[in-house]
Design a protein around this ligand. Structure first.
Ligand code: GRF
Length: 185
């Protein structure tokens, strides 16, 4: 059984897609050992509790590090986790931390590129396509090796909100499971 830990800060719809994939055996031999949230009000915590997954609310990195060391997971999955991990923590868990980003990296990544900002910029620049990327986390922001990417056509009447919703539902919720499978082998 491979152990994963999912780190969240918000709604947790990507977490839900992973929970569902474990339940329906799309992800086989995978156990979500814990869901860790940086935010005590994150709705994703409810999703974890509903699925009988242990949860922790952790705001400080030394505590995070010791919890991760104790669990010794095969993979740490960032799913809407808003805190930046230190280079030291990233080095300790090298090639074991992955993140999902709602754009086709290396475009529209880096500082300030989160939430609706990403989709606003994609529309401003008149992109015909956008999508999502799953990548390893390195010490930069959104710069790690790309694991999986899937594109989506931008529609003429898209707004940042409609684009965000389609990228989430049609792309992110599908590719995260595929990427986890690929990494865990
Ligand atoms: C997603 O768009 C993800 O790509 C980004 O943060 C958002 C999290 O959404 N990193 P949710 O909490 O999984 O619903």
């Amino acid at each position: 059984m491979k152990k994963i830990v999912v780190l969240i800060s918000g709604g947790g719809t990507n977490l839900q897609s992973i929970i569902d994939s474990v339940k329906n055996s799309e992800l086989k031999n995978v156990e979500i050992a814990k869901v860790i949230s940086s935010n005590k009000n994150a709705y994703g915590l409810k999703r974890a509790v509903n699925a009988n997954i242990p949860t922790s609310i952790i705001q400080n990195e030394s505590e995070l590090k010791s919890v991760l060391r104790n669990i010794n997971p095969d993979l740490i999955v960032l799913a809407g986790y808003v805190k930046i991990l230190s280079a030291e923590l990233v080095a300790e868990f090298e090639n074991k931390i992955i993140n999902i980003h709602p754009a086709l990296l290396p475009k529209y990544g880096g500082k300030g590129m989160y939430g609706l900002n990403v989709h606003k910029k994609v529309l401003e620049n008149g992109e015909k396509q956008t999508g999502a990327t799953v990548h390893f986390v390195d010490k930069g922001t959104d710069t790690g090796e790309i694991i999986l990417q899937k594109t989506l056509d931008v529609k003429k009447n898209d707004t940042p909100e409609t684009l965000q919703k389609r990228v989430l539902e049609n792309i992110e919720h599908k590719i995260y499971t595929h990427a986890i499978k690929k990494v865990l082998g």
